[in-house]
Design a protein around this ligand. Structure first.
Ligand SMILES: [Zn+2]
Length: 412
């Protein structure tokens, strides 16, 4: 590897810059599912994969799939995947780092004429963030065979359903189940991802081996009180939906504090028809609760629900709680964790094992094949989902070298 030292990382960063040129917004990176910028990103990724020696297609839900064939005819396949959609005003590396790391590694294998007893499939998943249809993992669930058909009726803010958006690309949504891989063909799933947190940065380590991916539960809460005139209704007579929502936000923060791996967040709060001189009669808010294990998470959810009931009673409001998503925590394969750890150790770095608080495409493969993740250090205090997200070329390079090493030792 010494001949390529440093070069793979620089190439990854250069490609991330080029991919970020496709955006829904001028002057900021936003790549939302099946927008023109999203389609252009897929096309460019497909061209790069082809140039790196892969047979490439863009599947019916928009995943970019590049296949690097095995040394001999076989269906056995190791998938390397991550996503290319982004949040609004995003960083350039969330998701894309994993695709581009796989890309430079396969390009290197192709140039050096190296093939394995298994095929390597690089997949740029079309949708992970869940922005457009409030549904995460459209791309990876299609490939893993767990796509939820119920999501096809979901509509975006413009009233376009997921089924309509997919049909508009020329693919029949009824055929999504055909995109699933046969389980017996899968030899593993590997994902490289920016850590999106500060742990590796604080410990001065470039890489980490993921032990488990936290499951999350997402809810949409509607608080209904009584609207009224801000000047005429005395405080004691009010049933203020926003004041109740504020109590809920603080209750979530209180319950989720000081428990290892447990986190709770209200990321959206809306006051429909809100005005300065109107007591809010209605308030809607999101709720996201995660933990490294389902028991810890579910206990927190039960307590938060009980607290919401108490707040509703005390304030004379009603709270409707709608579950949007429920994902169980997924443990990474012990064998793949060891492969990553051994490869990290061979670079002279002490392997650090850590859980992922964020969900990743890998969760959808946990139950069906040997699944593992490698975290790459996130700079700038660990900030992600922001244009301030950074990765250094040196760290990206180490990530690529470790992924290459894992593939080389995969079936020993
Ligand atoms: Zn991501």
């Amino acid at each position: 590897m010494s001949a390529t030292s440093g070069m793979l990382g620089a190439r990854i960063l250069e490609l991330a810059d080029r991919l970020a040129a496709h955006s829904d917004l001028p002057g900021a990176l936003s790549c939302t599912y099946l927008t023109p910028a999203h389609r252009a990103s897929a096309k460019e990724l497909a061209q790069w994969m082809q140039a790196a020696g892969m047979a490439v297609s863009i599947d019916g839900v928009g995943n970019v799939v590049g296949r690097y064939t095995a040394a001999q005819a076989t269906n056995r396949t190791v998938i390397i995947g991550s996503h290319y959609d982004t949040v609004v005003d995003a960083g350039k590396y969330d998701g894309r780092l994993g695709i581009l790391t796989g890309l430079v590694v396969i390009d290197h294998l192709n140039r050096t004429g190296r093939r394995f007893p298994f095929a390597v499939e690089l997949i740029g998943f079309a949708e992970e963030e869940g922005l457009r249809f409030s549904a995460s993992y459209i791309g990876s669930t299609a490939v893993a065979g767990s796509f939820d058909r119920g999501l096809l009726a979901r509509r975006d803010r413009d009233g376009v359903s997921l089924a309509e958006a997919i049909s508009a690309t020329g693919f029949d949504p009824a055929d999504i189940p055909k995109l699933a891989r046969a389980r017996q063909d899968l030899a593993g799933y590997l994902e490289v991802h920016i850590e999106q947190g500060p742990v590796l940065l604080q410990e001065g380590l470039p890489l980490g081996v993921v032990t488990a991916i936290a499951g999350n539960c997402r809810y949409w809460l509607t608080v209904s009180g009584q609207a009224g005139h801000a000047g005429t209704v005395p405080m004691g007579f009010r049933r203020d939906a926003v004041a109740a929502a504020a109590d809920i936000v603080l209750a979530v923060e209180h319950r989720c504090s000081n428990v290892p791996t447990l986190v709770g967040t209200v990321g959206r709060i809306e006051v429909p028809g809100g005005a300065t001189n109107v007591i809010p009669g209605r308030c809607e808010l999101s709720l996201d609760i995660r933990a490294g294990d389902d028991v810890t998470r579910d206990a927190a959810i039960a307590d938060v629900r009980a607290e919401i009931d108490a707040i509703a009673q005390r304030r004379g409001v009603t709270v409707e709680i709608k579950e949007i998503q429920r994902m169980g925590a997924v443990a990474c394969s012990a064998r793949v964790q060891t492969l990553f750890a051994d490869a990290i150790a061979r670079t002279g770095i002490t392997p650090r094992f850590l859980p992922s608080g964020a969900g990743h495409d890998a969760v959808n493969f946990g139950g069906i094949t040997d699944t593992g993740m490698l975290f790459v250090r996130c700079g700038n205090g660990g900030v992600s989902h922001s244009p301030r997200e950074i990765v250094t070329a040196e760290d990206a390079d180490l990530g690529a070298r470790v992924l290459l090493d894992v593939l080389q030792h995969y079936e020993e």
